[in-house]
Ligand binder design. Sequence first.
Ligand SMILES: C[S@@+](CC[C@H](N)C(=O)[O-])C[C@H]1O[C@@H](n2cnc3c(N)ncnc32)[C@H](O)[C@@H]1O
Length: 335
Amino acid sequence: MRIAAALRLARDGDVRSRLAAARDGQAAVRVAAAAAGLRTGLLDLLGQGPATTSALATRRGWSDESLLESFLQTLAQLGLARTSRGQWQLTRRGRSVLADDVVRAMYEAFDGYHTGLYREVEKQLSGGDGRHDVAENGQLIARLSRAMDPFVTDFLTHQLQTVQPRAVLDIGCGAGSHLVHMLRMAPDASGTGIESDSAAAALARTRVSDEGLAHRAGIVEGDVRQTLGSMTDSFDLVLLANMIYYLPVGERVPLLRAVAERVQRGGTVVVVTTALTDAMFSRHFDLLLRAQTGDMELPTLADLSGQLRAAGLAPGRPRRIAMGEPLAAMMATRP
Ligand SMILES: C[S@@+](CC[C@H](N)C(=O)[O-])C[C@H]1O[C@@H](n2cnc3c(N)ncnc32)[C@H](O)[C@@H]1O
């Protein structure tokens, strides 16, 4: 019977492609269902303790209990929820979706702006307007970027030991993780973060103050292309982590030149970026950027090196800092 079915499958279509499509489809369903569990508040509700379907419906004011039961059964098959004696509760994985904000941000982002562009790409291919995902999702992007923190932190730790900075600048500081790390590693240093998204800047301010570093750090809210010009301080370490690709290519050298002017002689500029490579995520991310209003795209490492040089800096060799991922760091010094 099974052999007959397999033979028929092989005759009717491309078995491998069907299996690949089914696997991809199931991953897409998993992301959409988990994101809906978050968006509706159902997972958060389950996080408050065991409850029956009926009690969950009452608490949220939902009228369709049978649809809710089916949704819960799906979350159970995803490994996020389970039922015991008629009461629903989170599994260990479900609890970790709530406890680890990077996991939550991943579901929100991959169900949202990371895939939204594909649903609407045809309009753009026909000359439709560019997207505003980056401008509209600043806080989510800052939260998602924390997934890369361990790699960036590890790289920065080595640089900080070499440079031993007294004044650090974090451009596009997002939620402030790297600024906090640099200040922890350099206890005598002061720090400045520049962040254009007000929600992300607020996250950074809270983070800096929660860490007891507010007396050594300031967050400047604004576009670095404007704010840097009005700054008079100079720094011995400047970080641009995961932000260079938000600038139009033509504005990268002018910005890096303005950065170089704020760096002391012998000081260091560190650029961390996803590089344009043939890795699937790199190509996807580059497409996402190119679909935005504002002329964004990923740099190749050769281009980045040339831009740093054109800005009067002396770049070193790029380093891939996350195994198997196109995340790279490049250090440049001001001669
Ligand atoms: C992907 S996040 C990275 C955050 C952080 N640097 C990190 O690596 O975790 C990029 C951040 O740069 C900010 N940004 C982008 N363009 C900027 C600009 N022109 N001036 C200041 N901040 C900018 C964004 O708002 C966002 O918070």
